[in-house]
Ligand binder design. Sequence first.
Ligand code: FES
Ligand SMILES: [Fe+2]
Length: 376
Amino acid sequence: MTSLAHEFYFSPEIFALEQKRFQFQDIFLGHSSFLNESQNYFVLPHTNNTKVLIHDGEKIQVMPNICKHRYAIMLEGQGNCKSIVCPVHSWSYDLNGQIVNSAGIECDLPQHSLEAESIDTYDGFLFPQHVSALKDALKSVKEFTNINFEQLNLFAHERFSVDVNWKSYMDTFLDNYHLEAYHPNFRTFFDSRYIESIFRDDFSVQAIHIREKPQIKTPALKAYIDCHRKYVGTFPQDYGAIWICIYPNIIVEISQCFVLIAIVQPESIDSCSIYEYRLVEQQFAQHQDFLTAFDNYMYEIEYEDHDLMTRINQGRKALYQQGSHNYGPYHPTKEAGQKEFHDYIRRMISISPNESMLGDFGGSKKIASPRVSAVN
Ligand code: FES
Ligand SMILES: [Fe+2]
């Protein structure tokens, strides 16, 4: 089996199909920690600000943030509000979405009120009802970590853009074959021969072991480990990181008491936006030096990954433009997660009414795979 055909990355037809078939914005709808005593609303940036979390005093709801009059985006950022007031013509809604003032226009109550989404929650994570991938992944990750997902604190969130196809970003996250070659830190700290994986139709989990005799190569990693020792205690010796991918575009990285959630949104064939939310177990949230050390540790890896994915995206694009159909193989264990993701893409895109366009690149049938313990 060879890697995903270049067409999947650069063909406008496939890009259009992805937009129709994938729920890029809706699989993750935030976490209860996004709200607290001082803020009862939080606009979700990864939905392009079209959805907002609202606490009405009793429960958290996910509400559309688009006015029913002329469709303006209403709330911004996060904060505290008694009602949702549209800044454009002052229509206002109560915290359950019911219209309370339509400024001189007669309104139809159900039709012009905002309707809360049907959601489920698990360990504080919010997601649409009947979309269980996030919940299933979080459940299965508990054999690797006892992090308290319910007691997390959001300490930062940001958006950045990357000039690669969104799948190149996902590929890099799912490639454990580059860890030694490309990350000086990971080379001597993580042991990519020992990755425990869970592969399912809609998500994957990969837990990577720490080396028997780990060496710390950069100041960023050293500062992170020092802070961990200071505030948490002995650094765990089993898993260095646990990486979850919820298909198609959600990344959850668990590093000891930290959780980093990234939503990778395609902007065009050649660019994507990354919306990152960084959370920490509540009891460590006041240690600013620990949070900064974690950020620096992550940034170091992200810079290296950014460079790597740009190289791959450029080379692949050149081959696509040349009409090349030569493809490289997968490493059987270290690229198994990437292959699983590609199988998902093949399955989702190959059910096309216009299948001929995919030529030989049609999908494969998924057979539920058991937990795979990767050695070498
Ligand atoms: S667009 Fe919101 S009140 Fe007119
Ligand atoms: Fe990497």
